[in-house]
Design a protein. Structure first.
Ligand code: KG4
Ligand code: ZN
Length: 357
């Protein structure tokens, strides 16, 4: 597409800020099933609001069409609430930021369309934010912030990714999942154990009440070369194992659910730790950060703490849970760095569902 004539050119760079403190940015997140709006001023998040979408539980997974519709319903009231709670008038904004990918196309379209229109109405730039980088930069919302360079493992329902972060805009992808995300593996395993969607947290709670016991060696995530992950195989292992055992004892799952949950969790966590330790060894970087919803997992947290002590990591960083799951504060933080670097868009922003890190 051609650029508009100069007379109607949309603003591109706007290094001067309206507040002497630093840039004031409205940030939006709508890549999957949570709509988020946050306001950041001079790098400090003033408000971070999320509207969830419970209706997907009934279908056992996110239904893209329903997600887009819900974003469309939530986005205006959410933005107005966020601005009011932050005590920021629209005219005070220096930019509007939005997740441009990766994510569901329909969901991304709601956020990007709103952001572009709102920014154009205010005459400010729109900043397109990479969702995966935003998960990582969530570590800069609160203390303690990791020093550069650091390693970050991002683990959620949609992503499993290991990156080296050298600066706010300097990322190197070491490896990622070739199939299911680890959160997806937790959710699918939980479903096989008869737990409701999304079952990761419920599986975690059960696992905390038991030891793997007799099932300690029943499940294993196959190791991949280098830093790639693959979580689809363990789902099949669990399915066949439960099917075989249930043939012998129809009450097998009922009678062994906590120990099975503990064994599955142990296998998934072990796979994550294997790669992380390998990455620390091979890069020599000993500041390790973890992001994404699965960072809430108790087994993962315990294993991380134990490994950090055992292997002499210099720092282990896990953001507050509200900044681990999908949220707009992390988008705001990324946008803050981008604004300072002059990395703002021209109003032609398009969603990029398969955007890489
Ligand atoms: O980051 P997030 O909210 O959304 C995505 O971007 O996907 O992550 C949600 C995922 C779900 O798969 C959920 O089951 C998983 O994180 N999760 C957990 C726990 N809490 C959330 N998995 C295992 N243990 C938990 N405590
Ligand atoms: Zn995410």
């Amino acid at each position: 597409m051609q650029s508009p004539p100069a007379s109607v050119a949309l603003p591109t760079k706007n290094p001067a800020t309206k507040s002497a403190d630093g840039p004031t940015i409205l940030a939006l997140e709508s890549s999957c099933d949570d709509t988020g709006a946050a306001v950041i001023r001079a790098g400090r998040v003033l408000v971070n609001r999320t509207a969830g979408q419970e209706m997907h539980a009934r279908y056992g997974g996110v239904v893209p069409e329903l997600a887009s519709r819900a974003h469309n319903q939530h986005i205006v009231p959410l933005v107005l609430t966020a601005l009011a709670e932050a005590g920021v008038a629209p005219e005070e904004l220096d930019a509007v930021a939005v997740t441009r990918g990766p994510g569901l196309l329909g969901s991304l379209l709601v956020g990007t369309s709103f952001a572009k229109a709102y920014a154009a109405g205010l005459g400010v730039p729109v900043i397109g934010v990479n969702h995966m980088r935003a998960h990582v930069l969530a570590h800069f919302i609160e203390e303690p912030r990791p020093p550069f360079p650091f390693l970050c493992l991002t683990v959620s329902g949609g992503h499993t990714q290991l990156v080296v972060v050298r600066a706010p805009a300097d990322f190197e992808l070491l490896g990622q999942t070739m199939d299911d995300a680890v959160g997806e593996a937790f959710d699918k395993a939980a479903k096989l154990l008869g737990l409701p969607y999304p079952g990761g947290p419920a599986l975690d709670r059960l696992a905390q009440t038991a030891q793997p016991g007799a099932f300690a060696d029943a499940f294993r995530v196959n190791d991949q070369p280098g830093f790639e992950f693959s979580f689809s195989g363990i789902k099949t292992q669990i399915l066949y194992f439960l099917r075989d055992q249930t043939k012998l004892n129809p009450a097998f799952v009922e009678e062994n659910r906590p120990a099975l949950a503990a064994a599955i969790q142990q296998a998934l966590v072990a796979a994550l730790l294997r790669k992380l330790r390998r990455a620390v060894r091979e890069t020599g970087i000993r500041h390790v950060a973890v992001a994404g919803g699965v960072a809430a997992n108790s087994g993962l947290r315990a294993a991380l703490a134990a490994t950090a002590a055992q292997d002499g990591w210099l720092g282990l960083y896990i953001p507050a849970f509200e900044h681990c799951t999908d949220n707009a504060a992390m988008v705001a933080m990324s946008a803050h760095f981008q604004f300072l670097a002059g990395d703002v868009g021209d109003g032609f922003l398009s969603p990029e569902p398969r955007l890489g890190v």
